[in-house]
Design a protein around this ligand. Structure first.
Ligand SMILES: [Zn+2]
Length: 288
């Protein structure tokens, strides 16, 4: 008999785990384009859609994570941290990671390097004052960044980013063709809850699409994505938003998703910070 092929994915991650899950939420609150333009101050209803996230949905998600025993990373604009300090301190107190997501969800590609550095410095000061420590993780708001952003992140002491899309494993960012110490933990639109569950009427989002995906279909999509990542021994992160997924019925979807992932049995659940630190160690071993 020929032996079965070696399972290259088995035991790839810490503690003999087959795959890694870095569950992540973007706590945008009411920040974003409408706040940057000032329009949100004329739209109290729209403000309340965003405020629901840190005010109401975030505590519900923290309770779910406690029950599941799963850590997570919360990419949070510093404006949200200074506006809801107790809710954000609870994230850290309950064993999770808070990470950078702009001050008011700026579009980094629109900013000069000096403006980007100012947003980072202002936000890190708020993290230190409110949470006791600056962020080491960065997720660019609105999906892209400026060519100079990786260098600015290294200068500011960040260890990782979760902003790009081009892989389903961590990798090291290069600057001018040279690898740096900045780890990328890429995520994808497939695992962004906006793609399935976001819907507002004023302003209309998604534009021209006044419907959401069915809840069972959404859960099926997410669990199949996990199954694929797990089969290949990859690292999966999510782009969930409390204001989208932290509503009562949707929380039950998250609960079932977590149960499905935990049932796999050999998954390493970690914050993005811990994934980045472990990956850095692996790179050091490979290149020693
Ligand atoms: Zn965001």
């Amino acid at each position: 008999m020929t032996p079965p092929p070696a399972d290259a994915a088995a035991g790839r991650w810490p503690d003999g785990a087959r795959s890694a899950v870095a569950l992540a939420f973007d706590v945008d609150g009411p920040t974003g384009d409408a706040m940057l333009s000032g329009a949100i101050w004329r739209k109290p209803g729209y403000f309340s859609l965003g405020a629901y996230g840190p005010y109401r949905a975030l505590p519900r998600i923290l309770d779910l994570l406690d029950d599941a025993g799963v850590p997570a990373t919360f990419f949070t604009p510093a404006w949200v941290v200074e506006t809801w300090p107790d809710a954000c301190r609870a994230v850290v107190d309950r064993g999770h990671e808070m990470a950078h997501h702009g001050y008011r969800h700026e579009r980094y590609w629109d900013l000069t390097p000096t403006q980007q550095a100012d947003v980072i410095a202002r936000s890190q000061k708020i993290f230190e004052d409110v949470l006791g420590t600056p962020a080491v993780g960065f997720r660019t708001p609105s999906g892209d960044w400026h060519p100079d952003t990786p260098r600015l992140l290294l200068d500011a002491g960040f260890t990782y980013s979760s902003s790009m899309r081009g892989d389903d494993r961590p990798y090291l960012h290069e600057i001018d063709g040279t690898p740096t110490s900045l780890v990328e933990i890429p995520g994808r639109w497939d695992l962004d809850d906006y793609a399935s569950l976001a819907y507002t009427r004023n302003p209309d989002y998604p534009s021209g699409q006044d419907r959401i995906a069915g809840y069972e279909l959404t859960l099926d999509n997410w669990t199949r994505e996990f199954d694929g990542h797990h089969a290949e021994g990859l690292c999966m992160t999510t782009l969930f938003h409390p204001k989208v997924s932290g509503k009562p019925g949707r929380l039950l979807l998250l609960e079932r998703l977590l149960a499905h992932m935990r049932d796999a049995g050999d998954v390493w659940f970690a914050t993005c910070r811990d994934v980045a630190a472990w990956w850095t160690g692996q790179e050091a071993v490979q290149h020693a």
